[in-house]
Design a binder for this molecule. Sequence first.
Ligand code: SAM
Length: 290
Amino acid sequence: MNKIPAIGTPVRTQAIINQYGLWASKRLGQNFLIDLNVLQKIVEQAKVTDRDIVVEIGPGIGALTEQLALHAKEVFAYEIDKKLIPVLHDTLSGFSNIEIIFQDILKADFAELKGHQPVKVVANLPYYITTPILFALLKSRLDFTSFTVMMQKEVARRIQAGPGSKDYGELSLAVQYYLDVDGIFDVDRRSFLPQPGVDSSVISLVKKRNFKPFVFQEQLFKVIKAGFAHRRKSLINNLLFLVKKSPEKRQQLENILTAIDLPLNIRGEKLDLNKYEQLTSSLIEKGFIS
Ligand code: SAM
């Protein structure tokens, strides 16, 4: 008897597309993986074992879901596109450890995960909402240990970037505040059907060991946002947008920067997370912001 090829192979994916008269929705970021090596590398990089509960975002026609289910204890996959209901029902019918939830991941409350956490998040993300998904999951009640996700290469570079680099920005700091980068590899456009118009990378992010929220977390993110608001302006000029501008406020800021050893003409892109935390504490302590 002929063995059915894996879903994530060109021949099987094309057969599924033909069978169901599917078209890949650009609007929903549907680029299906048709490279078994890449799929297996993702599972490997996520270090999925038979003790793991995995949350997948956007199973599509099931290529990654299948590979995850071969290694994980259970896979919970959230898919927004209801036209894929009969497809996934069929392609993944051989597995008893997969639950597909037809929901927008940005609106999911993860009720079905009660008693099944912590989880590992693994996904070939829809690129049009990569950052909203990351932020929604970071802010959600989902108890996760790692994210291993395919995204636009350029976004992965921004996440990894450090002070002084052109890719460094609000996204780098927001992610690095919670997570450490644990691995990254690039993926060729030919590994997808249809091929995306941008380059891709898979990045693994693990929850920081001994993560302790910064006391003034909300203000910290406001200060970081302000720090990068106008990249060509100095940090002082950007921070002045947080208050009603006046010569006194400028003087106060100059004193604050000097007290924490920052040059007066420094730009926001030169500060690392620790320095932003120090700056935020000083701004609050001196009553510049509350
Ligand atoms: N996992 C499949 C693969 O690797 O071949 C498909 C990945 S495709 C890049 C992204 C998937 O995310 C699509 O199936 C798309 O329908 C789904 N998707 C898009 N927006 C979504 C959302 N808001 N919530 C859940 N799934 C979404």
